[in-house]
Ligand binder design. Structure first.
Ligand SMILES: Cc1cc2nc3c(=O)[nH]c(=O)nc-3n(C[C@H](O)[C@H](O)[C@H](O)COP(=O)(O)OP(=O)(O)OC[C@H]3O[C@@H](n4cnc5c(N)ncnc54)[C@H](O)[C@@H]3O)c2cc1C
Length: 355
């Protein structure tokens, strides 16, 4: 039997399982999925988990069951490419014939002193839970700083505002407008929403240091009771530590067939892979489809395609609390209730198909 080992049961890992099980897994191949968490986590909803507007159970989906799928719940500590094995914190090693690394990403602190030590995070379920506890235990009238006004910072700030209208929320962003990756019309819509809902936006910010209870913007101290960091990501530490070529986000450089140039049997997936688009759940899933195609061809003894068409992304939707939203569908920008309803609908469909 050959063992296909999948590291990480996130959006990418889950899509691989969906495509290979139940019908496309050859009789002589077994799959071992390793994740520290015993269920698939809906990372795109962590902003709401941290704000306290949804329960923990809402972001969990069970992994599939199959006679040739073995699920291992453990902390992965090292990937040894030369030895074709993966080391776990409990001392165990797992051998692989083929490996898919889909371990997601972590915060990137851009060398800002104190940022790692004194800020909260929503990049893993464990951290989102800590953030939930901190934010929801704050006394009335406390001040929360959110650093970074991309999609996750904006969604967290608006959801927290809805969850705890007594808090003073300050959203710090480097650019002239928040959501700098989106069209200006959307940024203005979202800034107006924040104005109306008394969330303070600090544009052209430069956070130079964080200490317990203090955030420094351009070296000016600002008193805060909690800070959440949403100002950058990088690939999982285990990928950053591999002796391979990486980009400036620590993501592995891969071939058009999504494997490492030196190791045809090691595929890199989702937020761990250096791809031409911004990291997203959709991208991880699109890439998973192409990886499955390569593997199935190889298992049949056929030559996989040399390259694949660019992964098509349908768009991106963000929420502003439970009633409003914004986003892009293809080239079209949408705002308001329709955007929010669409976002909820997409989540419902995802859970329905995976649950
Ligand atoms: C608040 C927020 C909102 C977002 N909204 C959107 C959105 O609307 N649309 C969109 O497309 N994308 C969105 N994203 C981005 C999206 O969540 C990620 O791009 C996506 O989760 C990447 O999928 P992945 O499969 O690469 O990794 P992940 O889904 O992050 O999965 C990684 C898995 O690896 C496991 N793991 C990590 N390290 C270890 C270890 N050492 N040992 C064992 N297991 C480990 C984790 O437990 C996890 O299950 C959002 C992200 C955030 C934070």
């Amino acid at each position: 039997m050959k063992n296909l080992v999948i590291l990480g049961g996130g959006y990418g890992g889950m899509r691989i399982l969906q495509r290979l099980l139940p019908n496309d897994l050859p009789e002589d191949v077994t799959i071992t999925l390793i994740d520290r968490v015993p269920y698939h986590c809906l990372k795109t909803e962590y902003y709401a988990l941290a704000a306290g507007t949804i329960s923990d159970q809402h972001v969990r989906v069970s992994f599939p069951e199959h006679p040739r799928l073995s699920l291992k719940y453990a902390e992965i500590t090292e990937i040894q490419l030369e030895k074709q094995q993966v080391c776990l914190q409990n001392g165990e090693t797992v051998h692989y014939d083929e490996l898919i690394i889909g371990l997601g990403c972590e915060d990137k602190y851009h060398n800002v002193p104190g940022a790692k030590e004194f800020t909260y995070s929503i990049q893993s379920i464990e951290k989102a839970r800590d953030t939930y506890q901190r934010l929801n235990n704050l006394p009335a009238g406390s001040t929360v700083g959110i650093v970074g006004a991309g999609l996750s910072g904006v969604e967290l700030a608006s959801e927290l505002n809805e969850s705890r209208s007594d808090l003073n929320i300050k959203l710090f962003d480097r650019s002239n407008y928040i959501l700098s990756a989106f069209p200006e019309r959307l940024s203005i819509y979202v800034e107006n929403w924040f104005d109306t809902n008394s969330v303070e936006i600090i544009n052209n910010a430069n956070i130079t240091r964080v200490e317990e209870g203090v955030l420094y913007n351009h070296d000016e101290p600002i008193s805060v009771d909690a800070v959440v960091w949403t100002a950058g990501i990088q690939a999982n530490k285990l990928v950053r530590e591999l002796p391979i070529e990486k980009d400036n986000m620590g993501r592995a450089v891969i071939t058009p067939r999504h494997h490492l140039p030196e190791y045809e049997n090691v595929f890199i997936l989702g937020d761990c892979a250096s791809l031409p688009h911004a990291p997203s759940a959709q991208l991880a899933e699109g890439q998973a489809e192409q990886i499955v195609e390569v593997m199935i061809k190889r298992w049949k003894g056929e030559e996989p395609p040399e390259s694949f068409p660019t992964i098509k992304l349908k768009g991106i939707l963000g929420s502003l609390g439970k009633k409003h939203g914004f986003g892009m569908i293809g080239e079209r920008s949408i705002t308001g209730r329709v955007a929010r309803i669409l976002k909820s609908g997409i989540l419902w469909v995802y859970k329905y198909h995976n649950g």
